[in-house]
Design a binder for this molecule. Structure first.
Ligand SMILES: Nc1ncnc2c1ncn2[C@@H]1O[C@H](COP(=O)(O)OP(=O)(O)OP(=O)(O)O)[C@@H](O)[C@H]1O
Ligand SMILES: [Mg+2]
Length: 273
């Protein structure tokens, strides 16, 4: 039933609305003009990136990685291999010890604290633990992300119902997190991650706490968002998800990329299982 509702709500949202919500104007124009997905724009570029936390703790070791606009990339690997480190570097929650990281051509390797909010507006973030504000309703949680960014009330009133509709929760706008299922809570997080029309969504184990039905629904939403141009970087341990996606798969081991396949499957090396 939820699945059906979700499907319907996704369908009734017009394509151009998706474009206007998700894409920064230059990409949207290109898409509309050429009617093809614009995928040769370098969105994420890591060059010789290492992250050393302490003398004996390495997060990433000399990683080169380029992700084009519109790609959907799964990052897999055993526990402790640097997946979350990679995500944290992309959103400047951590800074690389060496190497350079570019997001949409912007070198964020040594980003100033004052510029971080600007970066975060371009990257929507979804984590495993939902991190919703328990005393706020669905719409208040989503609105809060815009309020803290200083958006005017009129814009908040316009955007919130639209992103909540995308994740199929318009009929539950006034519920509090504890009145929602885990999957619904995660959908609110996705709605919240969309409010700034991000160019990139990074998701670290977004389905880690969900059952398989809710996992499927979250994946359908992420795929839809990706189809309309947003670049997605998904960290997951879920073999079924990765295999169903048939998209690019990057495998990390000991902080290094050991495999990068365009239409990959989930297979770690024997030692990495
Ligand atoms: N703040 C930190 N200080 C010191 N070492 C850290 C820190 N954060 C992560 N590490 C280390 O860096 C390595 C990579 O950690 P990371 O969290 O990126 O792994 P992961 O691939 O996300 O693992 P998991 O699948 O368990 O989430 C690990 O060895 C970890 O212990
Ligand atoms: Mg992790």
């Amino acid at each position: 039933m939820t699945s059906l509702l979700l499907d319907m709500s996704l369908k009734i949202v017009h394509e151009h609305f998706f474009l206007s919500i998700f894409l920064h104007p230059p990409t949207a124009n290109l898409l509309l003009k050429n009617k093809v997905w614009y995928t040769d724009l370098r969105m994420i570029h890591l060059k010789s990136v290492s992250k050393q936390y302490t003398a004996d703790s390495i997060g990433l070791a000399d990683v080169d990685l380029t992700i084009d606009a519109g790609e959907f990339v799964s990052i897999v690997g055993q526990s402790g291999t640097g997946k979350t480190t990679l995500i944290k570097l992309l959103i400047a929650e951590e800074k690389p010890t060496s190497g350079t990281i570019e997001i949409g051509g912007w070198d964020i390797s040594r980003i100033r604290q004052a510029d971080i909010p600007l970066l975060r507006r371009q990257i929507g973030v979804i984590f495993q633990d939902f991190k919703l504000l328990s005393k706020k309703t669905v719409q208040e949680n989503v609105a809060f992300a815009l309020q803290v960014a200083g958006e005017p009330y009129k814009r908040i009133r316009d955007i919130v119902p639209r992103v909540v509709e995308i994740v199929g929760l318009k009929h539950k706008m006034d519920r509090y997190p504890h009145q929602l299922s885990g999957g619904e809570q995660q959908r609110v997080v996705i709605a919240r991650s969309l409010v700034h029309r991000p160019k990139i969504i990074v998701a670290d184990e977004p389905t880690g706490n969900l059952d398989s039905i809710n996992t499927q629904e979250i994946m359908e939403i992420l795929k839809k968002i990706n189809e309309f141009g947003t670049t997605i970087v998904l960290v997951t341990h879920n073999r079924d998800i990765v295999n169903q996606l048939r998209k690019r798969v990057v495998v990390l081991q000991d902080g290094k990329i050991i495999s990068d396949e365009k239409h990959g499957k989930y297979h770690l090396s024997a030692t990495a299982q």
